[in-house]
Design a protein around this ligand. Sequence first.
Ligand code: FAD
Length: 497
Amino acid sequence: MKNEYDLVVVGGGPCGSTVSTLVAMQGHRVLLLEKEEFPRYQIGESLLPATVHGICRLLGVTEELEKAAFMIKRGGTFRWGANPEPWTFSFSISPKFSGGSSTAYQVERMKFDQILLDNARRKGVEVREQCSVLDVLTDADDRVTGVRYVDAHGVQQEVSSAYVVDASGNNSRLQTKVGKRHYSEYFRNLALFGYFTGGKRLAPPNQGNILAAAFDSGWFWYIPLTDDLTSVGVVVLPEALEKVQGDREKALLGLIEECPLIAEYLADARRVRTGPYGEIRVRKDYSYIQDRFWRPGMMLVGDAACFIDPVFSSGVHLATYSGLLAARSINTALRGDTDEAVCFDEFEARYRREYANFHDFLVAFYDMHDNEDSYFWKAKKVTNNVATELESFVELVGGGASREDALVAPESYVEKKAPAFRELAGLVEQPVLVEGEDRDLLQSELVKSVVKTGSRIQIQAAMGENADEHLPVREGGLVPSTDGMHWSLPSRHLAER
Ligand code: FAD
């Protein structure tokens, strides 16, 4: 039986929006099922340059993000380790984030996630909100062939697809269908967080930086979301957990008093008590990794696969980067010339590698007896970087450790490819996606073939045949294709054929 879709994505967070958009932009039929009605609250507000200037540019939302006027983040300011004084780093220190790509945003996730989801719709993804996925469908060979879900009217539905991607976040109910989740022995912390107005700002030009302040019971994040609104959260160490029993507000205010720097910044501030920012929330057990990231017909991406302690704001970066890796694998498998297992292994190897960079670095970073210079040295060691120690640190915490041109060097990658991506996006967007007939037109073989041929010609004209060749990251591995949206064999292997 023919599948109804090429891909069904579960979850409309940044990861689900990324993978669905990048697959739909290749002319494939994509359905995204989201449990909530957007906008919905989510934590994870401090972004990295690799997300803003890499993935978001690939998705085509750069101008919309600029219009949203999110707070500009130039780097981070830390009261951390043996140094009693706060120290600051700027993304611009790393040549990888040169020119216009040396900043990121602090975002209200209700707005940011809505922008990405609306963009997915515009790029041809069929998005159905208030649809909660219950389970996967499988065939006689135990291959995943679709999902069962409850629709917005409470009716159970089934949908078939060539591939299913679980991007349903840390509370994924589907991750057990792929493997087992292992919680970190090391990061067994708990976060308690709320919102304040009227908090102090760092001196210009660092007023948009994330401020992180360690103290005896853990560490605080202080994220300026607007000139007035600040996201404030405390990550509490296991030995101090008794301080967050009982009343949450009392616990949060008590911990603020224990941390002189944050107490000073909030001295004239008021806690928000109404609306989506009025609640004081708790998250625990938030560092884990699955033992497998895929099985035939299905992948786990973003937080559904793994998550690491938030001190370097890596969550949305890992979610969107894994979305790009997964999209490449699915696009390549759907093209039919490379085995699914080879493509999916490439996705898993690269996603694990990026996760491990943050994990291994963070283990060293939590040693409060060291100073920043030894943290920078550790970043260089973990990522095996030839750059200076400080540059290696900034490259890692900016999301550039994978050394993917798509994430770190817009001049040499995205800027050159932008016309090709714009043309491609235009071709996909042109049919008006209102009626079912238009969708049929978009999905017709003719239109798909025009999209594919058009994009190939444009990209080759702009880039040259092998403009973007990378070395594989492991023996026998694949490399990003010229268009960045598929996997290829490294040129050495092609020459041997
Ligand atoms: P999500 O954003 O969780 O999206 C998953 C979506 O799936 C949701 O919309 C959900 O409604 C939907 N869904 C769930 N179940 C179903 C279902 N059964 N059917 C259909 N849909 C479903 N990251 C940063 O980058 N910067 C930070 O500063 C930062 N701070 C953090 C602080 C804390 C305390 C924590 C815990 C995390 C933080 N993060 C941060 C991490 C960030 O929140 C996540 O990594 C990021 O949201 C992951 O994106 P995602 O798309 O994988 O999942």
